[in-house]
Design a protein around this ligand. Structure first.
Ligand SMILES: Nc1ncnc2c1ncn2[C@@H]1O[C@H](COP(=O)(O)OP(=O)(O)OP(=O)(O)O)[C@@H](O)[C@H]1O
Ligand SMILES: O=C(O)c1ccc[n+]([C@@H]2O[C@H](COP(=O)([O-])O)[C@@H](O)[C@H]2O)c1
Length: 201
C-alpha cells in the first residue's frame, strides 16, 4: 500500500485566514504531499501567550474553515502535548499515531532564517524534511540543503495580526476568510479589543 504523505503547517491561527487556506490548498495540489494538515499550536515557543485567543476558539475556526475538505485538514494533537509547542514533539507524536503516513514540515521563508533556533532543527530536516514556500521580504534559500524542497506557491500577503487590528478598529474583514469563520468571530464578539474573553460555542 502506498504511504500517504502529510505536510504539517503549524501556526497560531489567530484567526485562520484565506492566506493560510490558499497556501495549504496549493501545496496539497501542487506540492510533494497528498494532504496538508493545519496544526494548531496553542503556544508557539517564540510568541507571547498574552496575545493569543483561547485555543478552543482557534480550533473551532479552523474546523469551520476547512469544512470537511479531504486534502486540507485540521490537526489538534498539540492541545494534549506540553507547552510551548515544540515541533519535534508534535512530529514524534504524529508518527506514533499514524504509522502508515510520512510527515513533512511546511514553513514560510519568513521562518527559514530562524529555523536553526528551533528545537532539534537538524533532526527535523533529516527525519522529516522541510517544504519552504515564499513570503514577502524573505527570499527563498539560495542553497537548498538535502531534504529541503522549495515550493513556489503564490503569495497572499495578509496576516492574522492585520485582521485582528482591523476588527478591533471596526472594519469589515468578511472577505479575508471563509464566511463561516467570520460569522463565528462576529457571533462570539472576538478581537473587539474590549478586554473581555467571551464564552466558547
Ligand atoms: N498570508 C499567508 N500566506 C501563507 N502563509 C502564511 C500567511 N500568513 C501566515 N502564514 C504562515 O502560516 C503559518 C501559521 O501562521 P500564523 O498563525 O503564525 O499566521 P500569521 O497570519 O502570520 O499570524 P500573526 O500575524 O498572528 O503572527 C506560519 O508558518 C506563517 O508563516
Ligand atoms: O519547535 C520549535 O522550536 C519551534 C520554534 C518556533 C516555531 N515553531 C512552530 O512553527 C509554527 C509556525 O510558527 P509561527 O511563528 O509562524 O506562528 C508553529 O507551529 C510553531 O509551534 C516551532
Amino acid at each position: 500500500m502506498t504511504r500517504r504523505v502529510i505536510g504539517i503547517l503549524g501556526g497560531s491561527f489567530n484567526p485562520v485566514h484565506n492566506g493560510h487556506l490558499m497556501l495549504a490548498s496549493y501545496i496539497a495540489q501542487f506540492g510533494p504531499v497528498d494532504e496538508v494538515w493545519l496544526n494548531l499550536s496553542p503556544q508557539n515557543p517564540f510568541k507571547e501567550q498574552s496575545e493569543l485567543l483561547d485555543d478552543r476558539h482557534r480550533l473551532a475556526m479552523l474546523d469551520k474553515a476547512v469544512n470537511g475538505s479531504t486534502t486540507v485538514k485540521v490537526c489538534d494533537v498539540e492541545l494534549s502535548l506540553p507547552q510551548p509547542s515544540y515541533t519535534i514533539n508534535t512530529m514524534e507524536k504524529l508518527e506514533s499515531m499514524y504509522p502508515d503516513c510520512d510527515f513533512r514540515i511546511i514553513i514560510g521563508s519568513d521562518n527559514w532564517p530562524r529555523f536553526p533556533e528551533w528545537r532539534d532543527s537538524e533532526a527535523l530536516i533529516e527525519r522529516y524534511g522541510l517544504i519552504v514556500y515564499p513570503r514577502r521580504d524573505y527570499p527563498l534559500p539560495d542553497i537548498v540543503p538535502d531534504n529541503v524542497t522549495v515550493v513556489d506557491a503564490p503569495m497572499v500577503d495578509i496576516s492574522s495580526t492585520f485582521i485582528r487590528e482591523c476588527i478591533a478598529e471596526g472594519r469589515d474583514m468578511n472577505f479575508f476568510m471563509p464566511p463561516q469563520v467570520y460569522e463565528y468571530i462576529e457571533r462570539n464578539k472576538l478581537y473587539k479589543n474590549d478586554g473581555k474573553q467571551y464564552g466558547i460555542e
